[in-house]
Design a protein around this ligand. Structure first.
Ligand SMILES: Cc1ncc(COP(=O)(O)O)c(C=O)c1O
Length: 409
C-alpha cells in the first residue's frame, strides 16, 4: 500500500518542482498511514485509555501536532521533549515525562509551570527530589525483571537495567508508596517485545503491585490511591492487513482476558515504533553505481545519518525500490547490490545483497518503512544536512513541505 503512495509522491514531488538541485534526498510522512495506526490503536483499547505516543520515535513538530490533534498524548524522554509536546499543543495531563536523569531544575520546572503533567521517577533517589506537595501526577517506573524477547540493545528489563526500580524490591516500593504522594505506576518492558505471554505478565505484575499498594494505603488510613497504570510501549511494527488479527489487538485482548479489572485504573500506553514504522518513507538520488571486485555498490545520500540503527545494529526490514530520474518505477531484471550511505566510515551500509532493478546515476531509490527511529536519530556524523520533509495525504492527493532542508552548521 505504501508502495503505491510512494510512487505517487515521487512523481508529484518532481512534477511540482518541490526539489532544488541540492535536495539529493527527501523524507516523506504519510498522514493516511499514521491515521490508520492511530485509529487501530484507539480501537484496540477501551475508550478512556490515554495513548501517549513516544516522541523520540518521530519528533517532527508537525507529526507531534498531528498526533495531538488526533486526541492522543505524548511521552517525553527529556525536558526538551516535554517542551516540544507543549509546542504541539497538548494539555499537561496528556504528557508523560520519563527521563531517567531528571535534574532538580527540571523537576522544579514541572512543579512551577506544568501542573497536572505525569512525571514518572526512575529510582528511589529521584523520589527524594520530589516536592512535598507535587503539582503533578507522580509515578514510579517499575522494572518487571522479565524476558520479553527484546533484542539486547533494547532490553530494559534485565535485573541490572538502568531503568526503573526492580519489582523484587517490593517492600521498599510499598514503603515508598506510603511515604511519597505516588498515584501512578509505570513500566516499559523493552522495544520489539516478541514474547506476548511475558509482556502480559509484566503488566500483571504492575497491576498486582498497584492492588497491594492500595490495600496497604487503606490499612494505613491514607486516602490516596494508585489511580493510573502506564504500561509503556514496545510492540514490534506490523503491517495492518486483517486488523482484527493484529498483534496490537491480540495484546489488548490478552490483557483484558488476564486482567478483567484492569480498567478500574486509568490505563496509559506509550507506543512508538508500532505506530510510526510504516508511516514514513524517503527517497535519495543515486549518486554512483560502482563495481568493487565481485560486488556492485549503489551510493546514495541517506545512510547511517538517517538510518543509524540499521547501519550500527542490523537492518530493520527497510524495503528499497528504484525509479528513473523522472520518477517512474523501474521494473526490469533485478541484480544484487550493496547500498552504501554517504558517510565516511566503513560501516555505512543500509543493506547488502539487495535486489534492485537497473540502478543508474541520477535515478531515485525509495527507502520504504522508515517512519520510526530514523528522522529522530539524525546523526551529526559528517555534518550532512537534514533533508526537506513533506507531509503526504495520498487519499486527498495533497502534498506539502513540512520542513525545509536544514544545515547543521
Ligand atoms: C519509556 C519508553 N516508553 C516508550 C517507548 C517506545 O517504545 P517502542 O517504540 O518500542 O514502542 C520507549 C522507547 O525506547 C521508552 O523508553
Amino acid at each position: 500500500m505504501i508502495d503505491k503512495e510512494a510512487d505517487w509522491t515521487l512523481k508529484k514531488v518532481i512534477d511540482l518542482n518541490l526539489l532544488c538541485e541540492e535536495d539529493t534526498a527527501i523524507i516523506c510522512q504519510s498522514w493516511n498511514n499514521l491515521d490508520r495506526y492511530l485509529n487501530h490503536l484507539k480501537d484496540c483499547f477501551s475508550k478512556n485509555t490515554l495513548h501517549a505516543i513516544a516522541i523520540k520515535t518521530n519528533p517532527h513538530p508537525e507529526v507531534l501536532k498531528h498526533i495531538v490533534n488526533f486526541g492522543f498524548g505524548l511521552e517525553a524522554a527529556s525536558i526538551e521533549e516535554v517542551l516540544m509536546a507543549k509546542s504541539a499543543g497538548v494539555t499537561n495531563d496528556k504528557i508523560v515525562f520519563d527521563s531517567p536523569v531528571k535534574t532538580r531544575r527540571e523537576i522544579n520546572f514541572c512543579q512551577e509551570n506544568l501542573p497536572g503533567i505525569r512525571l514518572n521517577v526512575n529510582s528511589f533517589d529521584e523520589l527524594k527530589r520530589i516536592p512535598e506537595h507535587p503539582n503533578f501526577i507522580l509515578g514510579v517506573r517499575i522494572n518487571p525483571v522479565l524476558d520479553v524477547g527484546s533484542p539486547s540493545l533494547y532490553n530494559v528489563s534485565a535485573d541490572e537495567s538502568k531503568f526503573g526500580i526492580p519489582i523484587s524490591e517490593k517492600q521498599d516500593l510499598l514503603n515508598a508508596i506510603l511515604e511519597y504522594p505516588i498515584t501512578q505506576l509505570h513500566l516499559h518492558s523493552g522495544s520489539s517485545m516478541v514474547i506476548m505471554k511475558s509482556s502480559v505478565l509484566a503488566v500483571e505484575k504492575l497491576y498486582k503491585l498497584a492492588e497491594e499498594a492500595n490495600q496497604v494505603l487503606a490499612e494505613n488510613k491514607i486516602s490516596r490511591r494508585i489511580e493510573s497504570l502506564d504500561i509503556g510501549g514496545g510492540l514490534p511494527p506490523e503491517v495492518l492487513d486483517s486488523e482484527s488479527n493484529s498483534i496490537m489487538n491480540k495484546y489488548a485482548e490478552a490483557l483484558k482476558k488476564q486482567l478483567p479489572n484492569l480498567e478500574k485504573f486509568q490505563l496509559i500506553t506509550e507506543f512508538g515504533q508500532w505506530v510510526h514504522f510504516y508511516s514514513g518513507y524517503a527517497f535519495s538520488q543515486i549518486e554512483y553505481v560502482l563495481k568493487r571486485g565481485e560486488k556492485k555498490l549503489v551510493y546514495i545520500h541517506l545512510g547511517a545519518d538517517y538510518l543509524l540503527r540499521d547501519a550500527y545494529s542490523k537492518p530493520r526490514g527497510i524495503a528499497f525500490k528504484t525509479y528513473s530520474q523522472n520518477g517512474i518505477p523501474k521494473n526490469g531484471i533485478q541484480k544484487k547490490y550493496d547500498i552504501a550511505g554517504p558517510l565516511c566510515f566503513a560501516g555505512d551500509y543500509l543493506v547488502k545483497n539487495e535486489n534492485l532493478s537497473k540502478p543508474q546515476e541520477g535515478d531515485w531509490l525509495a527507502l520504504l518503512n522508515t517512519g520510526s527511529n530514523s528522522f529522530g536519530l539524525w546523526s551529526r556524523h559528517c555534518s550532512r544536512s537534514i533533508p526537506k520533509v513533506v507531509g503526504v495525504d495520498f487519499e486527498n492527493e495533497k502534498i506539502e513541505i513540512i520542513s525545509e532542508r536544514k544545515n547543521l552548521f
